[in-house]
Design a protein around this ligand. Structure first.
Ligand code: FE2
Length: 465
């Protein structure tokens, strides 16, 4: 059997392709489906089946486009209520392809319609070889239970406990585990960095599987939930009906600097996708920086929302294309256009350039203790990161909260922003500047640099600002 995992770092998303005797199955395809068509051609197989483990909330899936381009059948959990042609599957549903098979386990919990797919490769053994766990079981974690508008988190957490103990954990310890997400995904709290595991390893090491009572499991799974971006419910709905094919997107409009200036004055958003360093050194005032280098699409969906229709600022045509594709993967499809000629054209037109000062960890430490030159420190990491260790005088306002509002801090006093490594803090710095903070600094290297310099930290629960 051919088996391949396709890992998309931008969304911490894993999709899969399996094939036997020329017949292929794709599981949880990403929005742009070219890579599966290419893999199928490379391996001389035909994609006949597409499984969705659930209605993904954090990205737009390519299941409909892939089905349209291959003639493949889509299979989804019967509870999904999908409105496009598909086969609704329930416990015990079995699909044979060549000498391999997929057996469906209905595993409600992360969402009501979640399914897991048990893979058997008859060429190896008649016993199950692997299980594709979707967002039910991750490496070191389980799916969050608070993404359904029709169920309470406690109801879903209870169902998740039953699915894990009554179904997944009945598989043998040597069965491989392949989830739909890895570290950094908001579909869980605290995933490990590995891309696969085994039932045995998870049984022994996954914190959620160590909790023996259903009540305690529900209590732990429903407390300290990570932020739920507003776009999650919208993406799940897009996936229920099936997204349009990417080839239907119109060409991007070139926008001249003078027009962008007028648009920005009217409150439109410019999204600068260049690196953090390039943005800090010079950018269009009021533009938001989400660099292509990190989890670009998740953060764009989280801080801008799906109704945003930004003007892109990039340094090359390839960067523009890359940014656009990644935005469509979360459902941001309608863009106003792009700044023609990039920042160079803006400068040439004689318009002002803004910068963001960079400050090192030791410089910040010195300023925190200086009486003449005080500074506000803002930590934009997530709660577990803050709880583990933070700078004593820091204020806490995670980047996820910026969609609602910037922190209530002094706009006129200097503010130094940090995250873990510098990616999120530059997004936050740009949003603070846009919100009118006058002296924004970014701590280079983030909290990692602070700790490497052995500067003092404290632990404990956050006091939001
Ligand atoms: Fe999910």
């Amino acid at each position: 059997m051919y088996f391949e995992q396709f890992y998309l770092g931008c969304l911490a998303h894993a999709s899969y392709m399996l094939a036997s005797e020329g017949e292929a199955v794709v599981v949880d395809p990403q929005r742009d489906v070219e890579l599966y068509l290419k893999a199928a051609a490379d391996h001389g197989v035909v994609i006949r089946h597409i499984f969705e483990s659930h209605l993904h909330a954090d990205f737009v899936s390519g299941h409909r486009e892939l089905a349209a381009r291959t003639g493949a059948t889509i299979y989804m959990g019967a509870q999904a209520g999908a409105t496009f042609p598909h086969v609704p599957v329930q416990d015990g549903f079995q699909l044979k392809f060549g000498k391999a098979s997929i057996r469906v386990l209905e595993t409600p919990g992360h969402t009501p319609e979640s399914i897991c797919m048990v893979i058997t490769d008859e060429e190896k053994s008649s016993a199950p070889w692997a299980v594709l766990t979707g967002d039910t079981l991750f490496i070191g974690d389980v799916g969050r239970p608070d993404l359904s508008p029709w169920h309470t988190p406690a109801q879903l957490a209870g169902l998740l406990y039953d699915s894990l103990h009554g179904k997944l954990l009945t598989l043998a310890d040597n069965v491989l585990v392949y989830p739909a997400h890895g570290a950094g995904s908001l579909c869980g709290k605290n995933m490990r960095a590995e891309r696969s595991s085994t039932i045995g390893t998870e049984r022994l090491t996954n914190y959620a599987l160590q909790i023996k009572s259903r009540e305690e499991f529900v209590r732990q799974l429903t407390s300290n939930l990570p932020a739920r971006p507003e776009y999650f419910l919208k993406d799940a709905e897009i996936n229920r009906t099936g997204a349009a094919a990417l080839s239907d997107l119109p060409a991007l409009r070139a926008i001249e600097p003078a027009e962008l200036k007028t648009m920005l004055s009217a409150g439109e958003i410019a999204l600068d996708v260049r690196s953090n360093e390039e943005f800090a050194a010079g950018h269009v005032p009021g533009s938001v920086n989400i660099a292509l280098g990190g989890q670009f699409a998740s953060w764009a969906g989280t801080v801008l929302g799906l109704s945003a229709h930004p003007v892109l600022i990039a340094e090359s045509g390839e960067q523009l294309e890359e940014a656009r594709l990644r935005l469509t993967r979360v459902g941001i499809e309608v863009l106003d256009g792009y700044l023609h000629g990039g920042l160079a054209a803006w400068k040439q037109a004689g318009f002002p350039i803004a910068t963001i000062a960079q400050i090192t960890a030791s410089e910040l430490e010195a300023r925190i203790h200086s009486k003449n030159n005080p500074v506000q420190v803002l930590d934009v990491r997530r709660e577990p990161e803050w709880d583990a260790a933070h700078i004593e005088s820091a204020n806490w306002w995670p980047l996820d909260n910026f969609r609602v509002s910037p922190p209530e801090l002094d706009h006129d006093a200097p503010i130094a922003v940090h995250c873990k490594g510098g990616y999120r803090s530059m997004i936050a710095s740009s949003l603070l500047q846009r919100a009118g903070f006058k002296h924004v600094m970014n701590m280079t290297g983030g909290f990692d640099a602070w700790q490497q310099a052995k500067l003092p930290t404290v632990t404990g629960k956050p006091v939001g600002v």
